[in-house]
Design a protein around this ligand. Structure first.
Ligand code: ARG
Length: 431
């Protein structure tokens, strides 16, 4: 009798290979291995073949790079989404897409379950599970690594007993993940936040000390917040990001060292390499300075943070996201133009910007000929603008006959105080 089927997110690594056989035995399910290319630069066919050798009844690998960029990465760039102001969210953006594609495969194949190789300590399990629960509540979720709770030695023993190939690279000291939007490196020596990442941490970026002695200059063109051309050459998303990762990486741009607040309450030390993401966020923000009003810019920082948090926290398929997206699209309608950026020894420095919708008006800014600004209007404006503060200084701050008005009360009672011996309340003078 045919067994029920599960669709497993398969990377070709040790965990998900062991998971194939572990699921066979533990849940008595046939495994369909699913791999999608988000630009991680691996040989998809080799991964597919390995899945089949390992015991999957079917192995599917597909290219989702354009979907990833157009529906996930570029909207997050337009929204200015950097988690805690630092992390461009490569992995966090990939998870909901992978989960969504797995749900489609599960339905096409009549599978009753989905599975992923995430541990129980990270954010990725949350992103996968929440997406599955949202899009396909009928599917059972299996998370072998979270469930088997093995040490590495036990896992290797299982692999050996089942003839599962273990590649030398899997003995790697770091835990990494990567796609077109960036690469993350954690664990090993990096768990000490005092330790500078050793050279072997990095694969996409040159050590800034060894970067070219001459800067590279790039022109990046945006259309309503989306990057569309490099140096005047229109490129599709994959070409543009790939090229930018290479050139910025060569100049040592894109290294990020982040003590990050995970959703599950842990602070972790994460290293990222995200050359294209760093350059594009920098350039995009600069074009916003030119084309958005002061009020829009200030409000946008709230949206950027909310957007980054919902991506990080696995809430991509939410109404809040839809709402923030509506704001972002409207907010980006004039963010069209070109930014000139210099890459040099680890730095990306904007040196020029232009837009047909620029709010920088030479006739207002200039100190030279052609000034249209009415300086005489400044006088009355300044008086009204400062009125609140001058009033306060006169009647409070600078009155001269009052000392400090208040001492802040404690929020934690001193040790030894209890219900029968209430702590003496320190009255603030004058209250
Ligand atoms: N800390 C980052 C995040 O939560 C990167 C996670 C990388 N995932 C991995 N399985 N290595 O998005």
């Amino acid at each position: 009798m045919a067994r029920d089927k599960v669709v497993l997110a398969y990377s070709g690594g040790l965990d998900t290979s062991v998971a194939v056989r572990w699921i066979n035995e533990t849940y008595n399910l046939d495994v369909i291995a699913y791999t999608c290319d988000l630009g991680q630069g691996q040989d998809l066919e080799a991964i597919r073949q390995k899945a089949l050798r390992t015991g999957a009844i079917e192995a599917i690998a597909e290219d989702a790079r354009n979907l990833f960029l157009d529906y996930f990465v570029f909207p997050s760039l337009a929204a200015g989404a950097l988690y805690e102001g630092k992390y461009p969210l490569a992995t966090a953006l990939g998870r909901p897409l992978i989960a969504q594609l797995m749900v489609r495969v599960a339905r096409e194949h009549g599978a009753t379950a989905v599975a992923h190789g995430c541990t129980g300590k990270g954010n990725d399990q949350v992103r996968f599970d929440v997406t599955f629960q949202t899009l396909a509540p009928e599917l059972k979720i299996i998370a072998p690594v979270r469930e088997w709770k093995w040490t590495r030695t036990q896992e290797l023993a299982f692999a050996a007993a089942h003839g599962i190939e273990v590649e030398a690279t899997q003995a790697s000291i770091f835990s990494t993940d990567q796609n077109l939007w960036g690469r993350s490196i954690e664990a090993g020596i990096l768990e000490d936040p005092w330790v500078e990442p050793p050279p072997e941490t990095f694969q996409w970026t040159t050590d800034p000390r060894r970067a070219p002695a001459e800067p590279a200059e790039l022109e990046i063109t945006f259309d309503r917040g989306k990057p569309v051309a490099l140096d005047g050459r229109p490129l599709d998303g994959v070409e543009l990001i790939t090229e930018l990762n290479q050139v910025a990486g060569r100049h040592g741009v894109g290294r990020i060292d982040h003590i990050e607040n995970r959703l599950v309450g842990i602070k972790s030390r994460e290293i990222y390499e995200a050359p294209a993401a760093v350059v594009l966020h920098e350039a995009h923000r600069e074009l916003e300075f030119l084309t958005l009003s002061k009020e829009s810019l200030r409000f946008k920082t709230l949206v950027s943070q909310a957007y980054a948090d919902l991506i990080y926290n696995g809430l991509w398929f939410s109404q809040l996201h839809q709402d923030l997206m509506a704001f972002t699209v409207s907010n980006q309608q004039y963010v069209t133009g070109t930014v000139r950026i210099k890459l040099f020894k680890g730095h990306a420095q904007v040196v020029g910007r232009k837009s047909e919708h620029s709010l920088y008006r030479h006739e207002l800014a200039t100190y030279e000929e052609g000034d249209q600004y009415d300086a005489s209007a400044a006088l009355g404006f300044i008086k009204i603008h400062g009125l609140g503060q001058t009033t306060q200084a006169k009647h409070q701050l600078l009155r001269g006959d009052t000392g400090p008005r208040l001492e802040l009360p404690r929020i934690i009672p001193p040790a030894g105080s209890g219900p029968e011996s209430p702590a003496p309340r320190e009255e603030a003078p004058g209250l």
